[in-house]
Structure formats: C-alpha cells, structure tokens
Design a protein around this ligand. Structure first.
Ligand SMILES: *[C@@H]1O[C@H](CO)[C@@H](O)[C@H](O)[C@H]1NC(C)=O
Ligand SMILES: *[C@@H]1O[C@H](CO)[C@@H](O)[C@H](O)[C@H]1NC(C)=O
Ligand SMILES: *[C@@H]1O[C@H](CO)[C@@H](O)[C@H](O)[C@H]1NC(C)=O
Ligand SMILES: *[C@@H]1O[C@H](CO)[C@@H](O)[C@H](O)[C@H]1NC(C)=O
Ligand SMILES: CC(=O)N[C@H]1CO[C@H](CO)[C@@H](O)[C@@H]1O
Length: 418
C-alpha cells in the first residue's frame, strides 16, 4: 500500500523504521476515533482524489467545449497534477483559488499540508505500478532566467511530481522555442513534437504538461474486418471513415435518462475506454451539460456483459490548448495576474504564470497483443448479437480501473480530422 518513492531502494534499517513509524501513527488514529466517536477522522484515499479530479475534468471539458464544435482530447489528470504541483509554491488567495478550481478544497486539511501532494504521488504510483509504457506523463516548468528558485519547492516538485524545473532566457525567443521543443520531444520519446511555435518575450513562467497514451486492446480488432463506412457528423456531412469491427462479449449499459449508450472497451494493464454514444436524434451538446463524476461512476456500476457486434471508427487525434485562456473561467484568476502569490517558488514578488500549454495525443486502432487473441467464451448459441455502431459523434473516457483516475477524455465529432 505504501507509495513507491524514487528508484533507489532505501537501506533496510531505514525503511523498517519508516514503516514502524507509519504503523504507530495509524494506530494513533484508530485510538482517536475510538475515543471521540462524534468526530470521525475523515478517511481520505486516492479514490477521493480521483473523484475530485473527475469533477474538475468535467468542468474543464465544458469550458473547452464551449469554445468550438470540434474534436476534443485532453488529459485532465495531467492538468490537475500540474496545478497541484504549483499549489505547493502558492499562498493566500492564489492557493485557495487553485484548490477550489481543482475541486480539492474539501480534501485539503490544514494540519496535513502534504496530504494532497502525497495523494497525487500515490495515484501516480498506482497507475504506473505495472511498469508499462502505456501512460507517459511529463511535466515541466520553464522559468525566466534571473528568478532564483526556492530549493524546497524544487525538491518537492521532484519528489512528489517528478517534474523538471528549468530556467530559460525567454527574451531570446527563437532559442527558447527550440530549447523547449527539443526538451519536450526528448521527454516524450519523440512523441510530442513542435510543442510551441511562438513565444512572448515577456514570458515569466511557462508550464507544460504532456500526456501520451497508446494502449493495446485486451480484445484486438481484426484489421481484415476494417472497412469504410459512413459517419454521420450531422445531416449534411457524412464522410466515409475506416470502421473497425469486432464481435465478442463486452460490457455495456443504457442511460435512458441521458438518451445514450455506454460501451466499455478494455485495454491491457487495467485501463479501459468508455464510449458514450448519444442515441440517434439526441444532440451531443445536451449530454455535455450532464457529465459529472457521479454520473460516470454510475455508468461503470451498471455495465453488463453481453454479446455485441461493435463498429467503431479508427482515429487519431492531437490537440493543443492554451489553458491560461480557459482556466480563469474556472476560478484560477490571481495566478495569471500580478497579484499571483508564488512566493514558495521564488521570493521575487513579480512572478506570475504566463502560459499553460497542454497537448494530448491519442490513437485508436485495431492493435493489441497477439497473445490476447479474441476468444468468445460462453456465448449462448443462436442468440443474435446486439449491435453497437459508433457512426455519429461520441464521447470517450480513458480511465484507470483500480483508481478510477480519468487519464483522458474527449469527444469525436469528425474522425477525418486530426
Ligand atoms: C473519501 O471517500 C470515502 C468513501 O468513498 C468517504 O467516506 C470519505 O468521507 C471521503 N473523504 C473525504 C475527505 O471526502
Ligand atoms: C503571500 O502569502 C503569504 C501567506 O499568506 C503572505 O505572508 C505574503 O505576504 C504574500 N505575498 C505576496 C507577495 O502577496
Ligand atoms: C487477414 O487476412 C490475411 C489474408 O487473407 C490472412 O493471411 C491473415 O491471417 C488475416 N489476419 C487475421 C488476423 O485474421
Ligand atoms: C493501489 O495499489 C495498491 C498496491 O499495489 C493496491 O493494493 C490498491 O488496490 C491500488 N488501488 C488503490 C485504489 O489503492
Ligand atoms: C503485469 C501486471 O502486473 N499486470 C497487472 C496490471 O494491473 C492490472 C490492474 O491493476 C492487473 O490486473 C494486472 O495483473
């Protein structure tokens, strides 16, 4: 249950002491609860964090979607992790706005300032415990050269958030652009390139987070069955798109209230994609207003395994967002103005965040490992499979099963656009 700290194994004696101390503390809590039954000690785990992160995700999604009618993909976990990291350096109103904006204010406890960073660290550890390269999250802070960074903050960033803090001479814009782009490319194994194309020479602090995901399906699609089929963007735009096909047992449910169906497509290693498909004639934008963590968890609970024939478009998407334009609408105000209090980062009072760039890349195709060949077990003979045909705009959510952490969410309006 203990989160994995850094790679180096601690000396046995030290770790034993640490565990002993933790156990003692745990015992003390139990005792306290026992003595004061009227004041239960709130039990806070990574599930609480995931739930709050999901609410933040849905709020951010609605803001992003209010700007346009196009495809969307972003990684809410990556955004909330970045801001949770920045919260370590912020004070006063700036700190309160970050916590509230991330929906985390109820989790924060004054007597445990480390609780939230620790929860994020545990969540990260849990998601990556398989050690696979499915999820590749990178976070970097680029700070104007002459600011001196507080040592404590830099250390916390590294230990809790695996973040790099780098200094950049933003006045030399061309050199900074190539330095940042090279750095991001390197950090993401060449997957995220050309992160930025322009830069304001007055930039003080730039936060960049990247998230790359490519999962192998537990039940891969057979590429021989992929065929072109119409995708009904609306009544007038009906392009032909490569449609993948599979017939097997899958989990699905119907949300009659929303007017939509939900399908779960499991990846290997404990991650799944949920497809939310509005019923024919239901406008997807009416569904967007109803998305909450509670609704999402309700779908997961009601999923039932049945035999299905699935058609789903193959797609690839890459989106970038300048979140500094959107986040103030979610209450993150002072951090982007001269009233920002980031004195934990640098004692220099004029420091404020100039840009928050987010880029997400997703690829959905037939692949999976050959070892996990699609086997159809226990299907009742002669029962006609039901169909799940994803041939109109839909939503997708990629989440980690154990922790319910939402790694990605988005909507696909037009599969012919990247
Ligand atoms: C965390 O979740 C548990 C159960 O889901 C709940 O009982 C508890 O009150 C939550 N804690 C906080 C601080 O919200
Ligand atoms: C930042 O917040 C701390 C704690 O609330 C306060 O002492 C300090 O004066 C603030 N600094 C600025 C520059 O607002
Ligand atoms: C796809 O078709 C080719 C040629 O007919 C065949 O050799 C191959 O085994 C098929 N692949 C799968 C996964 O069924
Ligand atoms: C996280 O990881 C631990 C240990 O690997 C595991 O027991 C636990 O079920 C995981 N999930 C949560 C939500 O703690
Ligand atoms: C190889 C391995 O450890 N796989 C595990 C990854 O995580 C999922 C869900 O937590 C487990 O079911 C796998 O066994």
């Amino acid at each position: 249950m203990l989160p994995k700290m850094d790679g180096g194994a601690p000396k046995p004696s030290q770790s034993q002491i640490a565990v002993a101390r933790k156990m003692k503390l745990g015992f003390a809590f139990v005792l306290m609860c026992f003595l004061a039954p009227g004041q239960p000690f709130p039990h806070t785990s990574i599930h609480n964090l995931s739930l709050k992160n999901m609410d933040f995700a849905m709020n951010l999604y609605r803001k992003i979607s209010s700007y346009h009618d196009e495809n969307i993909v972003f990684s809410p976990l990556s955004v909330s992790t970045s801001f949770a990291a920045l919260s370590l350096a912020s004070h006063g109103v700036t700190y309160e706005e970050i916590l509230k904006g991330l929906s985390l204010e109820k989790l924060a406890q004054a007597d445990q300032p480390d609780l939230i960073p620790k929860l994020f660290q545990m969540l990260h550890g849990n998601i990556t415990q398989n050690g696979t390269m499915i999820v590749d999250q990178g976070m970097s802070l680029f700070i104007r050269q002459h600011f001196s960074i507080e040592k404590t903050f830099e250390e916390q960033m590294k230990s809790y958030f695996y973040t790099d803090v780098k200094r950049v001479d933003f006045e030399d814009t061309q050199a900074s652009i190539s330095l940042i782009n090279e750095y991001i490319k390197d950090k993401t194994g060449g997957k995220v390139t050309e992160m930025i194309s322009s830069l304001d020479p007055l930039t003080q602090l730039m936060m960049i987070n990247t998230f790359y995901f490519q999962g192998g399906w537990e039940m891969p699609f057979n590429p021989n069955h992929t065929h072109n089929a119409p995708f009904y963007i609306d009544n007038y735009n009906i392009p032909q798109v490569p449609m993948m096909f599979i017939e097997d047992k899958f989990e699905m449910m119907e949300d009659a209230q929303l007017g939509a169906k939900v399908l779960k497509l499991p990846y290997l290693e404990g991650v799944s994609m949920l497809i939310l498909l509005p019923n024919k004639g239901v406008d997807y934008s009416s569904i967007e207003d109803e998305l909450t963590a509670k609704v999402f968890l309700g779908w997961i609970k009601k999923l039932k395994k049945i035999k299905l024939e699935i058609n789903i478009p193959k797609f690839k998407m890459e989106q970038s967002y300048s979140l500094n334009n959107i986040l103030p609408e979610l209450g993150f105000n002072s951090i982007f103005t001269h009233t920002a209090n980031l004195t934990g980062l640098s004692k220099d009072v004029s420091l404020q965040v100039s840009e928050v760039l987010h880029k997400a890349v997703i690829e959905v195709d037939e692949t999976g490992t050959t070892a996990a060949a699609a086997t159809t077990i226990g299907i009742i003979p002669y029962s006609l499979p039901r169909t799940f045909i994803v041939n109109r705009p839909f939503f997708f959510f990629i989440y980690h099963e154990d922790t319910k952490a939402l790694l990605f969410m988005g909507r696909m309006i037009n599969p012919t656009k990247n």
